[in-house]
Design a protein around this ligand. Structure first.
Ligand code: SF4
Length: 612
């Protein structure tokens, strides 16, 4: 590979560079497309990009090494990643992965000797309602069964291109069980924008503002991404910030394990989302918008680009954008590359600027210093859809659903132990018990609301209500019946945090790994009550010293489950005395194997005995 000439790299890289204006701000997009040629980013391609973009090699390698879906070394021609989410495991993904490894004579985490295939795991793929799922060269394959796995093994062995694989393998359905204003009859594209223009920007802002001040005066649009910040306050701060350029960014980096409602919104109501972005652009005075699409949803890109073009053709994007003279707004899609932390808005902006997705120090906040240091609104997909409905239907209609402090509806991604997984649009204020009833859940022992960073609720709490004032959520709602071991659920979530820690700050990088090791130690039956104290200490450390929310919330699933499902932990406490996390005797196993010794003297315990 290394022998490929620079000229041959120029042949495929130049068109990519032209498409992205040879601008280092687009580095992530350039690297994504550059790797499609060889399946990885060839070292000579890095040299060529350094020269054309005028950036040092360390910059390109630093960015490429940050993202899970970018590779500086060859991977298998077929790169297969099974979703590691807890619901995929509940549906048997572990056995399916072993089966495929057996079929293809390989092991997880390895590239096969002939370079044909690599098999591993990735964080939640956002297909929990149709799992088990996996990605093959970043394309989602859903509804895996043993028969499908065997067929895939045969296709890989036959080196069949993905275009020849049965289309149903790649089918991703929008499973919607309960519809409200967001998922009900779709308005005409641009209808919400027209309604907003008819009222005038101040009126729109006033509406949104009134709706957003829910915490104090009984109404409000609040961010649907989890934090629940008042949307109107954000828009107003951006509009009032000094500067001549402003941006609107739609956060479609839906990475929280267990959530997939934004995938459905983008698929089914993209025009509503774009209407909301356009209304926002009108209010704040932005001309450029971005959609940050998570890498796992890359398969949506062509359809979304086609819809953007259709809106341009209809005059709903570009000059005028369906509005008065002088107004202009267009939207570009930026595809992520497998980094959960980029869901954090400042990390997302770094990624949008072609850098590693490391969360920024705040303040200053993105509303004043966002994309390229300019005032920027970053809102979730669902928030923009809500903003469009407010512009279209008015505040009263929006407030007619929900509670005093949480107005409107909430999309829930329901998965796990229930008969009807899928997306449900419920009014805020709906109880957990009612949601379980909708979903056909029976014998439920726990619900994880809001993903691993959210809350774990037991049966005693099923009367609680979805809403910012009680059970806030970005949308994940994962159900566990009494067959499930809640310790293993928490261990899966802890593994997720350790895997997704971006490594920028030591407390999180080390703390999440220590937490994972402690849970593994308990899992192996080597834990003691002392380890609960260790977990508490780690939580204090992560809470106080982590740079962003990932570190702050990493202990949540463990603390919640210790409090509610303590017997699941107690069962694993074989030892009442402290046992070190590091098993020195086990670590010496390779040395014993090399020396051919396994006698008593080659084991630590025996040495202790001898010294007595
Ligand atoms: Fe990265 Fe974790 Fe630090 Fe956040 S807390 S910046 S994810 S290392």
């Amino acid at each position: 590979m290394r022998s490929a000439s620079l000229a041959s790299h120029a042949a495929y890289l130049d068109p990519i560079l032209d498409r992205f204006d040879a601008d280092p701000l687009n580095l992530l997009q350039i690297l994504r497309q550059a790797q499609e040629h060889y399946g990885y980013i060839h070292p000579d391609a890095v040299d060529y990009l350094c020269a054309r973009l005028r950036v040092p090699r360390t910059k390109i390698e630093g960015v490429a090494s940050f993202y899970a879906f970018l590779h500086l070394r060859p991977h298998g021609r077929y790169r297969i990643l099974f979703s590691d989410n807890v619901t995929d495991h509940m549906l048997g993904s572990g056995a399916l992965m072993q089966r495929l490894c057996r079929d293809l004579w390989t092991r997880p985490g390895r590239v096969s000797q002939d370079g044909l295939v690599s098999i591993g795991r990735t964080s939640c793929t956002g297909m929990c309602d149709q799992g088990p799922a996996m990605l093959v060269n970043e394309r989602a394959v859903t509804r895996l069964t043993p028969a499908r796995i065997d067929a895939i093994g045969a296709l890989v062995r036959a080196r069949a291109p993905l275009s020849d694989w049965p289309a149903e393998y790649f089918e991703v359905s929008s499973i919607i069980h309960l519809r409200g204003p967001l998922l009900g009859d779709p308005p005409a594209p641009g209808a919400a924008v027209a309604a907003a223009f008819a009222r005038g920007a101040d009126a729109v802002l006033a509406q949104a503002e009134a709706a957003a001040l829910a915490q104090v005066d009984a109404a409000g649009l609040r961010g649907r991404g989890g934090a629940g910040f008042a949307t109107a306050a954000k828009w107003k701060a951006c509009r009032d910030a000094p500067g001549d350029a402003r941006y609107v960014v739609c956060n479609a980096d839906e990475g929280e394990p267990g959530t997939f409602k934004d995938r459905v919104l983008l698929t089914e109501r993209f025009d509503l989302v774009l209407d909301g972005m356009t209304v926002c652009a009108y209010v704040v005075g932005a001309r450029q918008g971005f959609i940050y699409l998570r890498g796992e949803y890359r398969y949506l890109l062509d359809a979304l680009e086609a819809k953007l073009q259709a809106r341009r053709d209809a005059g709903l994007l570009g000059p005028h954008a369906g509005g008065p003279d002088g107004f202009e707004f267009d939207v570009r899609i930026h595809v992520g590359a497998g980094a959960y932390v980029c869901g954090e808005e400042s990390a997302l902006l770094e990624s949008l600027e072609g850098k590693r997705g490391t969360p920024r120090n705040r303040p200053p906040f993105p509303v004043t210093h966002g994309y390229r240091g300019r005032p920027t609104v970053v809102n979730n997909v669902e928030t923009f859809a809500c903003a469009a409905r407010i512009a279209l239907d008015g505040v009263d209609a929006f407030r007619a659903r929900g509670t005093e402090q949480s107005s409107g509806t909430k999309l829930l991604s329901i998965a796990g132990d229930c008969r009807r997984p899928g997306v449900y649009e419920v009014a805020f204020g709906t109880t957990i018990a009612e949601v379980l009833e909708f979903a056909g859940a029976r014998d439920t022992q726990a619900v994880q609301v809001g993903g691993p960073a959210g809350m774990c609720l037991s049966t005693l709490e099923f009367g609680r209500r979805i809403g910012f004032e009680d059970v806030p959520t970005a949308g994940a709602f994962t159900i566990f019946d009494h067959r499930r071991d809640m310790f293993e659920v928490a261990r899966n979530y802890v593994r997720f945090f350790a895997h997704e820690s971006c490594g920028f700050c030591t407390p999180c990088r080390v703390g999440t790994t220590l937490l994972r090791n402690l849970m593994d130690k308990l899992h192996q039956g080597r834990g003691s009550p002392y380890d609960f104290g260790e977990i508490q200490q780690l939580n204090g450390l992560l809470q106080s010293l982590s740079h962003c929310g990932l570190g702050h919330s990493a202990c949540n699933p463990v603390l919640d489950t210790i409090e509610r499902f303590r017997p699941a932990y107690e069962r694993r406490l074989v030892n009442r005395e402290f046992v070190p996390a590091f098993d020195l005797d086990r670590a010496l196993e390779p040395a014993r194997a090399m020396t051919g010794r396994d006698d008593a003297g080659a084991h630590l315990g025996t040495l202790d005995d001898e010294s007595d």
